[in-house]
Design a protein around this ligand. Structure first.
Ligand code: NAI
Ligand code: A1CAB
Length: 269
């Protein structure tokens, strides 16, 4: 198998590290390239044993998959590199938020099968949620799904649903991290020093995550098990509801999904 990544940043590295650690590919199956010779990419070569090249012809020769893992704004430059050497057998897989299949087809000037995936950086710990949608001619889907399930779970969606998946799970962990960040800062307001606030928050989050993983209870039942009548938790939850937490989250998710739609419209102009 030959899998070529254009881009070796946060998302690409979470994917290829996930695939290698879970042994669905050999490090020698992975080929990386980036915009410039970067220390980071050489680190991956030395640490993991993956291939690194800046020769597009060599990279794309006999490739089974090419993974588009740059920012959407860099895609025209990436497409220029790929276009001359893309072989008919190579399946194109994009992780770029908001870049539509028809745009990828147009920029690459190709009829090759194209899939869009929307993973998240939890791929590093095998817990990415991967939205996936395909061009009609992407018929051989099982192999791609197997590759993706090595670093998480896969949900097949229509391309128009990608905006919501991008908001919900592509960006979603950043929203949760931000809440943890704000929680730690709020503990400092309560009187803990920074080290204590980070220690307490980190262990709280790890413990809650493990409870979600191990327990069969719903989020709501887990919460209710902590909430005594007229107790401290109830007082805190009432305050949280009073501030309109759900409304804040709906606004957050709508903003992210709308930005994904905007990105897909920008490219049509
Ligand atoms: N970071 C995340 O959590 C997620 C990111 N994505 C998508 O993944 C893509 C990459 O995001 P990140 O990894 O966070 O960005 P990043 O900035 O960490 O990495 C971007 C990579 O693209 C490379 N690149 C730029 N121009 C290039 C060119 N002309 N030729 C070859 N490589 C080139 C850069 O050298 C770099 O390695 C974005 O399109 C984003 O929408 C999707 C899901 C989650
Ligand atoms: O912020 C972004 O645009 C990318 C897409 C999903 C997560 N990160």
């Amino acid at each position: 198998m030959k899998i070529v990544f254009y881009g070796a940043g946060n998302m690409a590295s979470a994917i290829f590290i996930g695939m290698i650690e879970n042994r669905v590919v050999e490090p020698s199956d992975i080929y990386l390239t980036s915009r410039s010779m970067q220390e980071k990419i050489m680190f991956f070569k030395e640490k993991l044993g993956v291939n690194v090249s800046y020769d597009d012809q060599e990279l794309l020769k006999d490739a089974d998959y090419v993974i588009l893992a740059s920012k959407p704004q860099s895609f025209p430059a990436v497409a220029e590199r790929i276009r001359p050497y893309l072989e008919p057998k190579t399946k194109v897989v994009s992780v770029m938020a908001g870049t539509q299949i028809k745009t990828i087809r147009r920029e690459l000037k190709t009829e090759n099968p194209i899939a869009r995936i929307m993973p998240n950086t939890n791929a590093m710990v095998r817990h990415s949620v991967n939205g996936i949608s395909y061009s009609e001619n992407f018929t051989d889907r099982d192999e791609l799904i197997e590759l993706m399930e090595s670093f998480g779970t896969t949900v097949t969606v229509g391309e128009d649903e990608m905006h919501n998946i991008t908001a919900a799970t592509g960006s979603g962990s950043a929203f949760l991290y931000y809440i943890y960040e704000m929680y730690a800062e709020s503990l400092m307001e309560l009187g803990f020093d920074e080290e204590e606030a980070m220690f307490l928050t980190r262990n709280l989050v790890i413990g809650a995550g493990k409870m979600v993983e191990d327990s069969e209870l719903s989020f709501s039942d887990l919460r209710k098990n902590i909430t005594s009548k007229h107790g401290t938790t109830e007082a805190g939850l009432n305050a949280l509801d009073g501030e309109g937490l759900k409304k804040i989250l709906i606004t957050t998710l709508n903003a992210a999904a709308s930005r994904s739609e905007e990105l897909s419209q920008d490219e049509e102009e």
